[in-house]
Design a protein around this ligand. Structure first.
Ligand SMILES: Nc1ncnc2c1ncn2[C@@H]1O[C@H](COP(=O)(O)OP(=O)(O)OP(=O)(O)O)[C@@H](O)[C@H]1O
Ligand SMILES: [Mg+2]
Length: 161
């Protein structure tokens, strides 16, 4: 398992690479379809393996993996479509999930552990415990959620190295 220290060393070494262009060490963007359970989880699994390839430490990867999986699943289960973007910077990873969908009427309520509007059918598939949003928040150093009813939801998560 790589330590916190070796994460930084790797990332700073990467920054000195004169071929590196742009502000981020790496960025990824995925289109997520609402309702498509067949490919659900693919984006977050790709994110996880790309971060492993970058040499990022396990504890950071674990937090990013949970946060990205839960945002991805919320788009699949609760929205029509969306994008999941991940930016790896010098000292942090940022996850941005934007969707078009019904929005969340009461964000404070939705943030509570155990609150879910998932149908019986979704619960039978093992989702709908109402733990996604609270778990994302727990994994984040910075967490923001904005929702417009009838339009969609945006989640922004920052995890520092
Ligand atoms: N992107 C979204 N668009 C619309 N509603 C959402 C979205 N994300 C969450 N919600 C609403 O907030 C509720 C709580 O979300 P949360 O992720 O905590 O639980 P869940 O998705 O229902 O269950 P779990 O994540 O444990 O499988 C959801 O049931 C849904 O009503
Ligand atoms: Mg969820």
């Amino acid at each position: 398992m790589k330590s916190y220290k070796s994460d930084k060393k790797y990332l700073y070494a990467d920054r000195k690479d004169k071929n590196h262009k742009g502000k981020f060490l790496m960025s990824m963007r995925f289109d997520i379809s609402g309702g498509n359970l067949d490919s659900a989880g693919e984006a977050s699994s790709t994110i996880k393996s790309k971060l492993k390839q970058l040499g990022i430490g396990y504890s950071i990867i674990r937090r990013v993996a949970i946060a990205s999986y839960e945002t991805e699943m919320n788009i699949v289960l609760h929205a029509n479509r969306g994008t999941l973007s991940v930016y790896v910077a010098e000292d942090h990873i940022k996850i941005i999930a934007v969707d078009e969908g019904p929005g969340i009427p009461n964000v404070e309520l939705a943030m509570q552990e155990g609150y879910s509007t998932a149908t019986e059918q979704i619960r039978e598939m093992g989702f709908g415990a109402g733990m996604g949003l609270p778990n994302m928040k727990k994994c984040s150093d910075q967490f923001e959620i904005h929702s417009d009813i009838g339009k969609g939801t945006k989640v922004m998560i920052v995890i520092f190295f």
